[in-house]
Design a protein around this ligand. Structure first.
Ligand code: URA
Length: 246
């Protein structure tokens, strides 16, 4: 693929802008400043540098973000800054079918929820991870107002009815990590589900954090607001989640 097309595919702007980046000496390949935007290069494993920042060529982008509190998972946020402002411009501009679409969050977290959020421009991956058929487990840690009672845990495991659906929803796993700290595993993603389930057992969420999705744990060294590419091993683990028979 020509260097200018590689840059275009990775979100660096129109082909003309990308050719300009090369001509103006912003792009390096294998440690050398590139001069020819039409240079043909193999994309597999290709790395390049733009203005001192290293980029791997990614046919599809998969990343994790440590979502900080006070951010909205929307491109057009109402009150708080968008999580997308935490990503570099090329990730927000990656083209899809000729339009600049960028990566999208795989599901949403509330503005005050922190923790692991996946983003990608692979629509099939978003579908697979979000589809209720696949039951991808998501592990949350909820700080609650009132001391946790064993009966509350029993009810969360047995299933509670939320106001908009007569079918009970249950936690796949639930345990107290402290007097006011509950760990809860859900395999579906209804609106405000953790908060509503905990309210249904007469307690109240005062802080919510997502620690894990499938086998992927939020790395301890990924600070709030930071993002990282998913490794091939991270991705293989997530993609290996199989549909369960209901
Ligand atoms: N459940 C909630 O109530 N909020 C979230 O952000 C995620 C799950």
């Amino acid at each position: 693929m020509q260097l200018q097309d590689i840059l275009y595919s990775q979100g660096f702007g129109t082909r003309r802008v990308c050719a300009g980046l090369v001509q103006q000496g912003h792009v390096s390949v294998a440690g050398e400043v590139a001069t020819d935007a039409s240079l043909d290069l193999p994309v597999q494993g290709f790395q390049f540098r733009v203005d001192g920042v290293d980029w791997p060529y990614q046919e599809k982008a998969y990343l994790m973000l440590h979502k900080p509190a006070g951010t909205e998972c929307s491109r057009k946020p109402g009150t708080y800054p968008s999580i997308y402002t935490l990503l570099p411009a090329p990730l927000r501009q990656r083209p899809q079918k000729g339009a600049t679409q960028g990566v999208q969050a795989v599901g949403r977290l509330d503005q005050d929820t922190t923790g692991l959020l996946l983003l990608t421009d692979d629509g099939q991956f978003i579908h697979r991870m979000s589809s209720p058929k696949h039951h991808v487990p998501k592990v949350y840690e909820a700080r609650v107002r009132h001391a946790i009672e064993p009966r509350q845990i029993e009810r969360l495991l047995a299933g509670v009815v939320l106001d908009d659906d007569p079918k009970p929803v249950r936690a796949a796993a639930c345990e107290a990590l402290g007097e006011h700290l509950l760990q809860l595993t859900l395999t579906e993603g209804k609106y405000h589900q953790v908060k509503r389930m905990i309210a249904a057992v007469s307690n109240r969420v005062e802080g919510l954090h997502r620690a894990r999705i499938g086998g992927l744990v939020l790395p301890a060294d990924l600070a709030p607001g930071q993002w990282r590419w998913l490794s091939a091993a991270d991705l293989a683990g997530l993609k290996a989640v199989q549909p369960e028979s209901a």
